[in-house]
Design a protein around this ligand. Structure first.
Ligand code: ADP
Ligand code: MG
Length: 385
């Protein structure tokens, strides 16, 4: 849905013009998975899929929320009654952002919000961050809060962690808030320092496909928590603040110290090698050499997530294996895992054959048909009008 449609929807709902319309994108992560809660490196880029919000301020302490994509009507909440983990509906995301802004001392006195999103929900492409960031950016502008993208991202993460109650890292919100068109974002999640890395795959005759498996396995939330706890245990056993502090060169020594802690060792090995893979991809892209060299690094990342971190699933493995068997340069699951999406780096000329092969493999295995689309690095959050 475009800016004009969302603006018109706002007028129909609330009987007045909004003060503006904002957009924030979903993201896909090129490399750096399950590193963002280990203070490590990630490298997402923004998708052209966006959440669009029309917003107007209120002065009476009331927050009204509506999504054009759901049938749940207008929710009306009182700002002084917003309570963490009190809401398990979609409204917790925007309400959580308002709560986090107010908790941080920002004088937000109410808002009317109408939004619509083209980011597929629950596909590992961060529809939740898109909603949080679009609301945060709108309120930042309207209330002249003067916060920068990374600061909005931190507040949105707090909204999701504390208000919604989902223990996610900082990557999704930072990607949505800070990405730039034509670039991937090399982000150090420890201090949020960032670097925009030019990524023009088409210029080299390449394509990056996103394959949304359209499955979410029910246990994903609990498993995510277990991986986080395992990483924290690893850091504690090794006497570091976060696994990011284990240098790649010291990995073998660290694993030796972990002795028979088999599970923790696997988690540590994934995180440390994954940070190394992000640095490798950054070096490859910055060298101006052939981007095809990134492919095997993506595939190695998948093997690590599948065998060491154990967050893949049959559908994701099938995408990766089928794509590689049909000429892909590299492929891996992206996002938290247990379903969601995979990415495939391929020659433009192989895209058709490869897509067909993945679709046929899914049909043969009796899986729901996957959704395949091409991802081109798009702009981060912005005001549309
Ligand atoms: P992901 O961020 O990977 O898409 P999440 O489970 O983190 O998955 O977020 C999905 C949730 O975000 C949905 O369950 C819903 O509450 C909210 N959401 C996503 N898109 C919309 C939308 N268009 N309108 C309202 N809520 C949405
Ligand atoms: Mg999410």
């Amino acid at each position: 849905m475009g800016a004009q449609e969302v603006r018109e929807g706002f007028v129909r709902l609330y009987g007045a013009e909004p003060e503006g319309v904002w957009a924030a994108p979903g993201r896909v992560n090129l490399i750096g998975e399950h590193t963002d809660y280990n203070d490590g490196f990630v490298m997402p880029f923004a998708l052209p899929h966006i959440a669009v919000a029309a917003v107007a301020r209120r002065t009476d302490g009331v927050l009204r929320l509506h999504s054009a994509d759901l049938d749940s009507g207008v929710a009306e909440l009182r700002l002084d009654e917003l309570t963490p983990e009190s809401d398990d509906a979609w409204t917790a995301y925007p309400a959580g952002v308002v709560w986090a802004l107010r908790e941080a001392g920002h004088a937000v006195t109410g808002a009317d919000i109408h939004l619509s999103s083209t980011v597929p929900s629950g596909a590992g492409l961060s529809s939740s961050a898109a909603i949080e960031v679009v609301v945060a950016l709108a309120l930042n502008d309207l209330y002249a809060l003067g916060l920068q993208g990374w600061q909005l991202a931190r507040l949105c993460q707090r909204a999701e962690n504390v208000y919604v109650g989902a223990p996610t890292g900082i990557m999704d919100q930072t990607a949505s808030a800070c990405c730039e068109a034509g670039h991937a974002l090399f982000l150090d999640t420890r201090d949020l320092s960032q670097k925009q890395i030019p990524l023009d795959l088409a210029a080299e005759g390449l394509r990056l496909l996103v394959v949304d498996t359209q499955v979410t396995h029910a246990h994903s939330g609990g498993e995510y928590g277990k991986r986080r706890a395992g990483c924290e245990k690893g850091a504690a056993l090794l006497g570091v603040d976060a696994l990011r502090d284990i240098a790649y060169a010291d990995l073998d020594a660290a694993l030796a110290r972990l002795g028979d802690e088999e599970e923790v060792s696997r988690l540590v090995r994934h995180v440390v090698t994954e940070d190394q893979r992000v640095e490798q991809v950054v070096a490859l892209l910055e060298s101006g050499g052939d981007t095809r060299a990134v492919g095997p690094v993506l595939t190695a990342g998948h093997a690590s997530l599948r065998d060491d971190f154990r967050v893949s699933c049959a559908e994701l493995d099938l995408v990766v294996d089928t794509a590689l068997a049909h000429g892909a340069l590299g492929a891996r699951m992206t996002g938290g895992g247990f379903g969601g999406s995979a990415i495939v780096l391929a020659e433009a000329t192989d895209v058709e054959t490869l897509t067909k092969a993945v679709e046929e493999a899914f049909a043969a295995a009796g899986h729901k048909a996957p959704r395949v689309f091409e991802a081109v690095p798009a702009a981060g959050a912005r005001r549309l009008g």
